[in-house]
Design a protein around this ligand. Structure first.
Ligand SMILES: CCCCCCCC/C=C\CCCCCCCC(N)=O
Length: 507
């Protein structure tokens, strides 16, 4: 059995190698990577927390009005959109009106004090964007599915309501993979989003448009969602910060596709995607609402007291690429940084179950009823005929992407809810969860590659389908409510290594 898998895995490595060559050739034949205009407007360089401070506090050096900030971001989106295709719908006019109302309110003699505003409306006047899966009232919420092309949300998702209550202004929605179930932001409705650092490469998925717009300085703050890596992969591929909160902390109400069961809902989480690590904690505080107390986000973290554990790879999972040397080197630099700066000796661990990451995630994703992916692809109205859709796809007539059809097929023949294999895998995930809980305790953090490679070329994920297992497995084991530790470490990494780097202009 194992030697059979090993042979298949070697064949997969060979296909990966040849396909990489072919994709590279195709990318070069397809024309040069395109450049986007340089960032000239310095407003775009502030983090969201500073923007909010400058908007509400007119006494500081170089204050800004909300209208100025919103205009700067509208202009930037207009510059980058033709090259990157990250935005799917905008509400520029409404956002400008809301910004003007905010500025008028701040000028009025009855305006609350800056201290009150900082506490109650921490993002007053700051624009933000979100993925096309999260409902914004009176905007489309297609989740990249042609059948939902005219679907307009009547009300805000809970997270959008909370962001508005904190004073933030929705500006635009961003591209996703079809029904958020793939790790390249590409669908038949809006096309493919391109990486701001090199347009020949992917932005990741499913919140890929959001990762892209943040990296290209087209929005100061983003809200994404993640069930298998959809916040973390786009953040990694676009060089920004993201956080998938502990389970059950942030409401998933108003996210489409919604989970089918409580178990699935526990795997799904909405969280911040930001250019600056400093913004993640205040945004999470807003999104978590009353649950923020559980996370003790205001407690000061003493980094020198954190226990660091790390693994450089999954131990050699079949059909998953090996971790690139440069990613391993980057991890070692991080470990060294904490050793030098805080005298922390990181402990290398080996968790054998990581070799089963994909199977464990897939088992946790199975649904009890017939509501599988082919049901989702029909917009929850029956099931699509997968074979017929493949035939249509070959004639360029299908409404669906190839990977959506492959995923539906894979699921049809995959692990069945309630089967012996399913029960065994669920037990193994519970054991893994406990193993991690015991290792991390209340003061531990775990460093692990977000993905085995940097952003692949467009469509290359098709031959590296299971590389998303690096983020998927952390869903299965995560959820220890120690978010403040990882957020503090992210802030320290930003300080130590410089954080976001503006995309370069290609010659
Ligand atoms: C030759 C290609 C074989 C393709 C088989 C594909 C089967 C893959 C199964 C599931 C893919 C799910 C990818 C999830 C990515 C992120 C999900 C999320 N929203 O967090």
């Amino acid at each position: 059995m194992n030697s059979g898998k090993q042979i298949l895995s070697l064949i997969h490595r060979f296909i990966e190698f040849v396909a990489r060559g072919l994709f590279t050739l195709a990318a070069y034949i397809g024309g040069p990577a395109e450049s986007q205009p340089p960032i000239k407007d310095l407003t775009l360089l502030h983090n969201a927390t500073t923007l909010a401070f400058k908007i509400r506090n007119k006494q500081v050096y170089s204050p800004l009005s909300s209208e100025e900030v919103v205009r700067s971001y509208i202009n930037r989106i207009k510059e980058i959109q033709p090259v990157l295709n990250c935005v799917v719908e905008e509400r520029f006019e409404e956002a400008l009106k809301e910004a003007k109302i905010c500025d008028e309110m701040l000028k009025s003699p009855n305006a609350p004090s800056v201290q009150v505003l900082a506490k109650e409306k921490p993002f007053l006047g700051v624009p933000f964007t979100t993925k096309d899966c999260i409902a914004v009232a009176n905007m489309k919420q297609t989740a990249g599915l042609i059948l939902r092309k005219d679907y307009v949300s009547k009300k805000d998702a809970e997270v959008i309501r909370l962001m508005r209550a904190a004073g933030a202004i929705p500006l635009a929605s961003t591209n996703v993979s079809e029904l958020a179930m793939w790790w390249e932001a590409h669908n038949r409705l809006y096309g493919t989003t391109r990486n701001p650092y090199n347009t020949r490469h992917i932005v990741g998925g499913s919140s890929g448009g959001e990762g892209c717009i943040q990296a290209a300085a087209g929005s100061p703050l983003g809200i994404g969602s993640d069930i298998g890596g959809s916040i973390r992969m786009p953040c990694f591929f676009n060089g920004i910060f993201g956080h998938k909160p502990s389970k059950g902390i942030v409401s998933n109400d108003g996210q489409y596709p919604s989970a089918h069961s409580d178990d699935q809902n526990q795997l799904l989480a909405i969280g911040p995607m930001c250019r600056h690590a400093q913004d993640m904690r205040p945004v999470l505080k807003v999104l978590a609402d009353k649950n923020a107390e559980i996370l003790n986000l205001d407690d000061k973290v003493d980094i020198s007291k954190i226990q660091f554990y790390y693994m450089e790879d999954d131990g050699g999972q079949y059909f998953v690429s090996p971790v690139d040397q440069e990613i391993k080197c980057a991890m070692r630099k991080v470990v060294l940084h904490f050793e030098k700066a805080y005298k922390i000796k990181a402990t290398k661990i080996h968790v054998r179950k990581f070799k089963k990451s994909i199977a464990l995630w897939l088992a946790n994703m199975t649904s009890k009823d017939n509501k599988d992916f082919s049901y989702e692809l029909s917009n929850r109205n029956g099931n699509i005929n997968i074979l017929w859709e493949f035939i249509k796809w070959l004639m360029f007539l299908s409404n669906h992407t190839l990977i959506a059809l492959l995923t539906a097929t894979f699921e049809r023949f995959g692990i069945k809810h309630g089967s012996e294999q399913y029960t065994k895998l669920i037990q193994e995930s519970k054991d893994l969860y406990q193993e991690f809980k015991d290792i991390l305790g209340e003061d531990g953090i775990f460093l692990y590659p977000t993905h085995p490679t940097a952003a692949p070329l467009h469509h290359e994920p098709l031959i590296k389908a299971f590389n998303f297992s690096y983020t998927a497995i952390i869903n299965v084991i995560g959820g220890l409510n120690q978010d403040r530790l990882t957020l503090a470490v992210a802030e320290e990494i930003e300080k130590g290594f410089g954080g976001w780097v503006p995309p370069l202009i290609l010659a």
